[in-house]
Design a protein around this ligand. Structure first.
Ligand code: AVI
Length: 339
């Protein structure tokens, strides 16, 4: 007698991440907005370049290296806080009524922080968002390999210009994940407007926010974190000029610029600049700018908060339930906020 035929087992192919490019840029060149924004900043009396232009592929890699430097305490301090708080964070999200989280990872980079959070928060959908499209694509695929059943929608977009997400992103139970103190790169007014968008009902129901933010501390520790002995932060800052050359067609000579990082105690922020080493002329299609020796281009602010000032900002934005976790030295804080 023949043995009964066994049904073949269905092999579940791992899902692959969807990838949505929300940039207006075309294959022919940069979005006209980027060129206009860069020219405007360079032509201003106090020249500036928005910090989002740090993050081309090389800039993103340099930033990853910064996070491993001895002087750059924020990343390891935040990781230490998360290590002790994952379970408490997941319980806090559950008690805010969030059942099937859609984890929206703003500025996801290599997605490493979310990869550690996912086993605790157990999101139904993971949405890494980053301005560096190519860098994000590789990272999203890596996350998919680690969590084959997770629904992943990677989004390439400049979320500093607005948080409107495409319809593929689950509307309910959205949890914004904004670690690494990136909120500090906005001015407090910009940060408020950005947080208010998260609380906007147009962003879906049961909104939560998990935020990492650097706290005020002594000037020497802060300035060393942004001017390390190996010169990685200097390279990160100067790489901005290479990126601007690519986007704008300008002729910045990186050798002619010096990296500066200064703590402004009144404004409670690190300010980064590139300083011209001698009188220089910079040209680009349709424009040019003369820089005197010693003149600076402002490239970044990194605002530092206290627990009280961040709690007040979250409340002003419209969040009502706020908890936080910190490290023993109170150098960094992780906030949970929900409405
Ligand atoms: C991404 N952001 C939070 C970093 C910071 O600390 O403000 C960027 C950075 N700039 C220089 N070092 C790191």
């Amino acid at each position: 007698m023949n043995a009964p035929l066994k049904r073949p087992k269905l092999a579940l192919a791992p899902a692959s991440p969807q990838f949505i490019n929300c940039h207006p840029a075309t294959a022919q060149g940069p979005a006209p907005d980027a060129a206009r924004e860069l020219a405007e900043g360079l032509n201003a009396v106090a020249a500036s370049v928005p910090p989002k232009y740090f993050y081309d592929v090389l800039g993103s890699q340099l930033f990853e290296t910064i996070t491993e430097l001895d002087e750059y305490y924020p990343t390891r301090t935040e990781a230490g806080i998360f290590d002790t708080a994952y379970q408490s964070i997941a319980a806090t999200a559950a008690s805010a009524g969030i059942k099937q989280p859609c984890l929206i990872d703003l500025g996801a980079g290599n997605c490493a922080k979310a990869t550690r959070l996912i086993p605790y928060l157990k999101p139904k959908q993971y949405v890494p968002v980053d301005i560096s499209v190519d860098f994000l694509r590789d990272a999203a695929e890596q996350v998919q390999t680690t969590f084959p059943a997770l629904d992943i929608v990677g989004i390439g977009m400049d979320f500093s210009a607005g948080l409107a997400l495409p319809p593929q992103v689950q509307r309910r139970d959205r949890v914004f994940f904004y670690p690494g103190s990136s909120l500090g790169n906005f001015s407090p007014d910009q940060a408020l407007a950005f947080l208010q968008q998260m609380v906007d009902p147009a962003q879906g129901a049961a909104r939560g926010l998990l935020l990492g933010i650097d706290l005020v501390k002594d000037k020497a520790t802060l300035e060393a974190a942004y001017d390390d002995a190996l010169g990685v932060t200097a390279a990160f800052n100067k790489n901005l000029l290479r990126h601007v050359n690519t986007l704008l067609g300008s002729d910045f000579d990186v050798h002619q610029w010096r990296h500066l990082a200064l703590f402004n105690e009144t404004e409670s922020r690190i300010e980064m600049y590139l300083q011209a080493q001698r009188n220089l002329m910079v040209h680009w299609p349709g424009g040019e700018r003369a820089f005197r020796g010693g003149e600076r281009i402002h490239t970044e602010n990194s605002c530092k908060y206290t627990v009280a000032s961040m709690t007040a900002l979250l409340r002003r934005a419209g969040f009502t339930q706020i908890s936080y976790w910190t490290d023993p030295k109170e150098w960094f804080a992780v906030f949970w906020a929900s409405v």
